[in-house]
Design a protein around this ligand. Structure first.
Ligand SMILES: NC(=O)c1ccc[n+]([C@@H]2O[C@H](COP(=O)([O-])OP(=O)(O)OC[C@H]3O[C@@H](n4cnc5c(N)ncnc54)[C@H](OP(=O)(O)O)[C@@H]3O)[C@@H](O)[C@H]2O)c1
Length: 331
């Protein structure tokens, strides 16, 4: 029997104070009031998770498989993907789990993977854009894009568009309450960055991996809103979320100092992944689109009034994605 939900004001205060809200303390306080998702809630649904070979991606896939979804692990290294698959099958014997290779930072590889997925799958009911990087220095992909932009923004944009026939098939018009759901795993770090479209490839100024990460995590939140509008006619909903602070290999590798300082407060990967899983199951996010979530509740995308990005900047982000990916396909 769940406890009563946290009063909204207390929940919002945890959020604004950052440390209590983002850490395991926020998760524990909020989750005490959550109802359990019924087993089998995702039976018959097929959901792809990118970056599923580690951390939050594997935890998301475990959570989805545990609720009965067939899960496609979209990974850049097949061996690591097979290891994640084995881990999922230990937890959920008999789960339907496939491993597919795709380097999200390569537009050519995204196109190749999407073609293969369209050949193999009948429908996709969910797509979780989880793959993420925090580079130590400025790196360009073979196609000439800065790595964070390519991995967090351009690759997911193109993948969403290329998988649209499958997502549309996963959103049957006779079941309007059950749309296919696209979810961007952004970061609370996006609050520190404005939407910057003047130098999306980060060629000017002193490069910082943290700044590139935050800028592109902000872009993911805006892109989710733009895609929500774009895909409404297809019956597909698009959301973004942030996981709080979770102890993952990515945090250990990229932020060892932060991890040392915050170790007792960090969430488990499953706790960090909880909202990404919930967004695939709950009725509420199936009935709205373009919302930013954390710990199963909508959150503001800006803390300061007037922080909303101008329409011209939002349009520039869309144009950037369409031009860079060559994907002007109408819905
Ligand atoms: N952990 C946190 O506290 C936290 C907080 C805020 C946001 N996030 C976000 O959560 C997501 C997962 O992070 P994590 O903490 O679980 O990190 P992680 O352990 O490093 O996992 C990142 C995953 O992304 C994959 N990946 C990276 N580049 C890729 C590419 N080009 N193509 C395909 N896959 C790629 C990695 O593949 P390999 O296994 O091959 O390396 C790995 O599976 C990221 O988007 C991150 O920004 C995490």
């Amino acid at each position: 029997m769940p406890l009563p939900r946290l009063p909204r004001l207390v929940d919002a205060a945890l959020d604004r104070l950052v440390v209590p809200g983002y850490s395991r303390l926020g998760y524990l306080a909020r989750s005490a009031g959550w109802a359990a998702t019924p087993p089998g809630a995702l039976a018959g649904r097929t959901i792809a998770v990118t970056g599923a070979s580690s951390g939050l991606g594997t935890a998301t896939a475990i959570g989805l498989a545990g609720l009965g979804a067939a899960v496609e692990l979209v990974v850049r290294d097949r061996g690591r993907g097979e290891t994640a698959r084995a881990e999922i099958l230990v937890r959920h014997p008999g789960a339907q789990v496939t491993v597919a290779r795709c380097d999200l930072s390569s537009l050519a590889d995204v196109r190749r993977y999407a073609l293969d997925a369209r050949d193999r799958l009948l429908a996709l009911h969910g797509l979780v854009h989880n793959a993420g990087v925090l580079p130590a220095g400025r790196t360009e992909t073979d196609e000439g894009h800065e790595l964070c932009l390519a991995t967090h923004v351009l690759g997911p944009f193109l993948l969403t568009r290329e998988l649209l026939p499958l997502l549309r098939a996963g959103s049957p018009p006779d079941r309007p309450g059950e749309p296919a759901r696209v979810v961007f795993v952004s970061s609370g770090g996006m609050y520190t960055a404005a939407l910057r479209t003047d130098d999306p490839e980060f060629t000017g100024g002193r490069y910082s991996g943290g700044a590139a990460y935050a800028r592109t995590k902000r872009m993911q939140v805006v892109l989710a809103e733009l895609l929500a509008d774009d895909l409404a006619a297809a019956g597909v909903v698009v959301h973004s979320m942030h996981p709080g602070w979770a102890d993952t290999p990515g945090v250990a590798d990229s932020l060892p100092g932060f991890r040392r300082l915050t170790a007792p407060l960090l969430r488990t990967a499953a706790q960090g992944a909880d909202t990404a899983v919930w967004l695939q199951t709950d009725r509420e996010p199936g009935r709205c689109s373009g919302v930013f979530w954390h710990d199963r509740a909508p959150r503001p995308t800006h803390y300061l009034p007037g922080g909303e990005e101008p329409a011209a900047a939002r349009a520039a982000l869309w144009t950037l994605c369409v031009d860079a990916t060559g994907s002007a396909r109408p819905v």
